[in-house]
Design a protein. Structure first.
Length: 101
């Protein structure tokens, strides 16, 4: 099945501690049904100092379930994603506006 949310999509969080926050998807984990969104679901990770990086407490975005995310349409509102055929190509479209994504 084709992915409704992909890397680079602008999304809004629908549920959880970060409800209402917006961000861009940095990676998708399809087997776990989760995605990592920039600036959302942040956790503190303690890292050891190395030659390349300073150690300490580093904030890191953790995966969030895809069911708690909704795509932002052109108007900046949350929308569901649908699929349709356009010129023999399957494209995603926003259900609120009907525009292809």
């Amino acid at each position: 099945m084709a992915a409704k949310l992909k890397k680079g999509d602008k999304v809004v969080v629908l549920a959880g501690k970060d409800k209402g926050k917006q961000g861009e998807i940095t990676s998708v984990l399809p087997k776990e049904n989760k995605a990592v969104v920039e600036g959302v679901n942040m956790a503190i990770r303690h890292t050891r100092q190395s030659q390349n990086a300073q150690g300490g407490r580093v904030p890191k975005a953790m995966p969030i379930d895809l069911s708690n995310l909704a795509l932002l349409d052109a108007n900046g509102k949350a929308t569901r994603v649908g699929f349709r055929m356009e010129d023999d190509k399957k494209v995603r479209y926003a259900k609120t506006t009907g525009e292809a994504i």
